[in-house]
Write a protein that binds this ligand. Structure first.
Ligand code: BGC
Length: 734
């Protein structure tokens, strides 16, 4: 063969091999390929070092992609009710960008209070659009830890005390977020129900309570919402940290539930390489960096899942399959999100997002008391409306820990009321003052509290009516991460202030902004009470909509309000039950959490779960079942008619509770297994339909380790709250 021919052949060879090589590499880049094909292809091209680099942080909120292959880094952002601002590379502090002020949506207790999965979908889609616009891979939320004690500083981030409600709301939230090509990250898996000693505390809970109460919302997010990532919790269970807990992550989450996404640690929640490698963790975040667990700089290469992992793989201590599984999961998330097919573009602080925030707030605000139709207050009825209270003007978007937001705007309650009733009709007085938040503490206010109080009383005396806007706030030991509340009472002398105001003005309505239940010693003398949660950017507008009657309240409590702290299940025992002894906490109330406890133990509450008034009234018909006897294979249809018997249009949340009348294991008196929010014009009547299946009748048997629907008699209760049952109907399970 001539030299020229050889050269041509060689050129041809190089051309063809590079062409096919490229064609091959195009597999993981090819959006039309199934995700699994892309994952396998990408993995086959990566070095061990590149795979390990996927598994730990490279900055406060990012981990590496594969730069050589064009696979982007993974960027995450808090939180569950707004996309937080950009942070410095390895610090919690803001990077001070000027283009990252978000829409603040209402906090998740408010979303749960809407009892409206369609609102959850709208909410998820909207916040997902904001996360997408900001180019995030992962949005660190929503949180679905169950509300066990009203003292938990993070309850406002979660969806209430009932696993069924939280499950129905988390699924559309996750689907909405992920429709934008952004992974939702459901957190904190699992049992992070208190902030005291959260990093060490070992939660002792029965398997039954774990499966019936604390896991269902996570399970629904995985199996129905197909969530792409999940965050481990700080605390321990079975003596092991949740971020690397073989039973929780490998057996339950990945094996039993078939979760194929990524387990991310909570920031600083990883403690050990062997456990992190083998215990089901995929990405390690926040270890030993500034600020959270141990102070000081700790190079990212020293993370448990960085160099020690790499060394262990090379020495044969850890199996290669462990690394491939983690890297594969992370790649899968990347191919579903930033490298996904037809990823939408998102949008940021759009008018649609303000509308979504306002709608959520309107539907989540709960009217707790309304004596003689004190509310609504139409425009023009009163000349002088006194607005009293710090929460009428204080930002409730900032603070609270990792959910603190830099919002594009925030309409305060005072501003919203002025917009509605006219500046000249509103008299404002602060009345009380909270302190200045410091890290892990609060510096008391330097204002003179007596003069604040006196001024407020004077203002109240001059006004026709008083709207007191108080509650908790996002300072430490209020509704705030890293600590729990120290008492169930309102802070900063508000109880006394309200009582003093009531001495000079009998027309007082109280608006509470909080993520937690509080005591209300002044309730009897108060004309109306509104539970307003934390409402985000549109707070003031939404509150004014409700107070003026432009929107009819339709929120229902996703939590019970006890009459005193010791009435709550978690507080009915000793310190070991809450907050524990620093090492262990024992959930002695077991499956009886929230209304399950109060109802079963016949303890009266201030306001029950599922409760909320409207400006109209609803009449419930008699419920009926499709069959009086069913087998476990059948489903049961329950119907009930509801009529709006008042003068204005309104929405009612019709609730279905199941009671197992003949059970070999103790069961709560009733459990929510269905709800439907319906909209009715005055005089209009609609039939609501529920379908129950075996799952809705089952309990978790600790010994057999399975769900059991036990034959016998069941009672269906249809109600307007857990304590307001309007009709019942029985059936038999064969
Ligand atoms: C919180 C998480 C949060 C993370 C990142 C942690 O302290 O527990 O909920 O997503 O910080 O800010």
């Amino acid at each position: 063969m001539k030299k020229r021919h050889i050269t041509v052949l060689l050129l041809l060879y190089f051309f063809l091999s590079s062409f096919f090589g490229w064609a091959q590499s195009a597999l993981y880049l090819d959006e039309s390929q199934p995700v699994e094909v892309r994952v396998k292809d990408a993995l086959s091209r990566m070095t061990i070092e590149e795979k390990v680099a996927l598994c730990h942080a490279q900055s406060k909120f990012s981990s590496k992609g594969v730069p050589r292959l064009g696979i982007p880094d993974v960027w995450s952002s808090d939180g569950s009710h707004g996309v937080s601002d950009e942070k410095l590379w390895d610090e919690w502090n803001s990077a001070q960008w000027t283009n990252d002020s978000c829409t603040a949506f209402p906090a998740l207790t408010c979303l749960a209070a809407t009892f409206n999965p369609k609102i959850a979908r709208l909410y998820g889609t909207s916040i997902g659009e904001e996360a997408r616009y900001r180019n995030k891979t992962m949005l660190l939320g929503p949180g679905v830890n169950i509300y066990r004690t009203p003292l938990n500083g993070r309850n406002f981030e979660y969806m209430g005390e009932d696993p069924f409600l939280a499950s129905r709301m988390v699924v559309p939230y996750v689907q909405g977020v992920q429709s934008n090509g952004v992974a939702a990250c459901v957190k904190h898996f699992a049992l992070n129900n208190q902030e005291i000693a959260r990093g060490e505390i070992n939660v002792n809970v029965s398997d039954r309570a774990l499966h019936e109460i604390y896991l269902p919302a996570f399970k629904a997010a995985v199996q129905e919402g197909n969530v792409w990532s999940i965050m481990g919790a700080y605390n321990k269970i079975w003596g092991l940290h949740c971020c690397h807990n073989d039973i929780l992550l490998n057996q339950i989450l990945k094996n039993d539930w078939k979760f194929d996404g990524v387990v991310v640690s909570d920031w600083g929640g990883v403690h050990n390489t062997d456990e992190a490698v083998n215990g089901g963790l995929d990405i390690e975040m926040g270890t030993y960096t500034n600020g959270l667990t141990t102070q000081g700089h700790f190079p990212f290469s020293s993370y448990y899942l960085a160099d020690p992992f790499l060394k262990g793989i090379k020495s044969g201590r850890y199996e290669m399959s462990k690394l491939d599984d983690k890297a594969g999961r992370i790649l899968r998330m990347i191919f579903r999100t930033t490298m996904g097919a037809n990823r939408p573009y998102g949008r940021f602080v759009s008018p649609e997002h303000s509308d979504a925030a306002r709608k959520t707030a309107q539907e989540g605000i709960v009217l707790l008391k309304n004596e003689k139709q004190f509310l609504p207050i139409p425009e023009g009825r009163y000349k002088k409306i006194a607005v009293i209270g710090e929460n009428a003007v204080k930002s409730l978007i900032v603070g609270g820990g990792s959910t603190s937001l830099k919002a594009a705007y925030e309409i305060s309650p005072l501003q919203g009321l002025k917009n509605k009733y006219g500046e000249s009709n509103i008299l404002y007085s602060m009345g009380y003052a909270s302190g200045r938040p410091l890290y892990g503490a609060e510096e008391p206010s330097r204002l003179n509290l007596d003069s604040l109080q006196n001024a407020a009383i004077e203002t109240a005396r001059q006004a026709d009516i008083v709207l007191f806007v108080g509650g908790l706030n996002k300072n430490y030991f209020q509704d705030c991460e890293s600590g729990d509340r120290r008492s169930l009472s309102l802070p900063f002398g508000q109880d006394k202030l309200i009582e003093e105001i009531q001495k000079v003005n009998h027309n007082v309505a109280v608006v509470l902004l909080s993520g937690n239940a509080v005591l209300m010693p002044w309730l009897n003398k108060t004309k109306a009470v509104v539970q307003g949660w934390y409402l985000g950017s549109e707070a003031g507008n939404a509150l004014a909509d409700i107070i003026s009657g432009e929107a009819n309240p339709s929120g229902k409590l996703p939590i019970s309000f006890p009459r005193k702290l010791e009435d709550a299940g978690a507080h009915a025992f000793d310190q070991l039950c809450y907050p524990g002894d620093g090492n262990n906490v024992y959930y002695k109330e077991d499956i009886l959490v929230g209304y399950r406890w109060y109802d079963t133990k016949k303890i009266p509450v201030l306001f029950p779960f599922g409760y909320g008034l409207s400006y109209t009234t609803f009449q419930y018909g008699k419920p009926a079942v499709s069959s009086k006897t069913i087998t476990a294979a059948d489903s049961l249809e329950v119907t009930v008619s509801i009529k709006n018997t008042g003068k204005v249009a309104g929405k009612e949340v019709v609730q279905l509770y199941v009671s197992d009348e003949t059970s070999s294991l103790p069961r709560p008196v009733k459990e929510l297994k269905g709800f439907e929010k319906i909209s009715l014009e005055p005089g209009e009547e609609k039939t609501v339909r529920f379908t129950l299946t075996k799952e809705d009748l089952s309990y978790y048997d600790d010994i057999k380790k399975e769900w059991i629907a036990e034959p016998g008699k069941f009672k269906i209760m249809i109600g307007a709250s857990a304590s307001d049952i309007r009709g019942t109907v029985d059936f038999n399970l064969k």
